[in-house]
Design a protein around this ligand. Structure first.
Ligand SMILES: O=C(O)C(=O)C[C@H](O)C(=O)CO
Ligand SMILES: [Zn+2]
Length: 277
């Protein structure tokens, strides 16, 4: 498991492109028949990808890194499938998970196994795991079942729908909040006007992007913004003090996941456009 450390905004101001990417950008999460995991010390979120093609992939790591005897002994897990049809077996109970469907697995599950239905169109399971203090039931949600709201408009190139899966009013969790935002064709901006939430960190996974398209992801304190160029199926870590917004060369979809003090999706500190620098 790769490890990323937490950062101070005064230090991040000094970073060049290479250092910014080394600390915050996650270039590859989906490797055939493998599990990729990145543990960030920003609220100890684990960001991962399981890409079973020809064989099942098990949720596992060197348990010394987590100080437990199995992965979810003191953690919870959010899973969203961004690929073809697949399934997740949680302690022997199988949950089918189609594209853009979400499964929450509560603390205490001992075995989680990911499988694709068709190697010709494999599933890709995006994972966010946060420390947990309490068990909540394993639960699945489709896009139709998620709490959703339309935001933005074509005049501002940000007509999009936000789907909330795991949050205060949806699937219950100890601290994990997770959902997905779909931009309509011809719309490129997400999360502008920008916001911060010093009470929670956030991670984004950008996907459904054409191969030659990019998203210019914006991060940093509102008065000290920096950018990271993102490609399809890449993730980025946003410390709690940082804005997290982006503009693409085409429309795209992204998954957002948060960990921290509360589970209120709408707990955001908006940044006035006149204060952005
Ligand atoms: O498009 C958006 O706006 C978002 O999806 C914003 C994220 O959900 C977010 O930053 C939640 O805190
Ligand atoms: Zn946010």
């Amino acid at each position: 498991m790769e490890r990323r450390y937490a950062s101070h905004p005064n230090e991040v101001k000094q970073f060049d492109t290479e250092r910014l990417r080394k600390e915050f950008h996650i270039p590859v999460l989906f490797k055939q028949d493998e599990l990729e995991l990145v543990l960030t010390h920003e609220d100890r979120l684990i960001i991962g990808g399981a890409a079973p093609v020809h064989k099942p992939v098990k949720l596992d790591t060197d348990m010394k890194e987590l100080g437990v005897s199995f992965f979810l002994e003191r953690r919870e897990l959010g899973i969203i499938n961004i690929g073809g049809a697949g399934s997740v077996a949680v302690d022997g109970t199988e949950y089918s998970l189609n594209n853009k469907e979400c499964l929450y697995v509560g603390m205490g599950a001992e075995e989680v196994i990911f499988t694709s239905a068709d190697p010709g169109n494999p599933a890709k399971f995006y994972l966010n795991s946060a420390p947990a203090h309490q068990t909540f039931p394993t639960a699945k949600a489709t896009l139709e079942e998620a709490d959703s709201s339309a935001l933005g408009d074509i005049k501002n190139s940000n007509d999009r729908v936000i789907y909330r899966f795991i949050h205060q009013k949806g699937i219950q969790s100890a601290q994990l909040v997770m959902g997905m935002t779909l931009l309509k064709e011809g719309n490129m901006w997400n999360t502008m006007p920008a916001h911060t939430h010093p009470r929670r960190m956030e991670a984004y996974l950008y996907f459904d992007l054409p191969e030659d398209a990019v998203v210019i992801h914006l991060m940093g304190e509102p008065s000290e913004t920096r950018h990271i160029v993102m490609r399809n199926e890449q993730a980025v870590i946003s410390p709690s003090w940082s804005i997290h917004s982006g503009v693409g060369t085409s429309n795209y979809t992204f998954i957002w996941g948060m960990a921290g003090d509360n589970k209120r999706y709408d707990d955001m500190d908006p940044v006035s456009m006149k204060d952005l620098k």
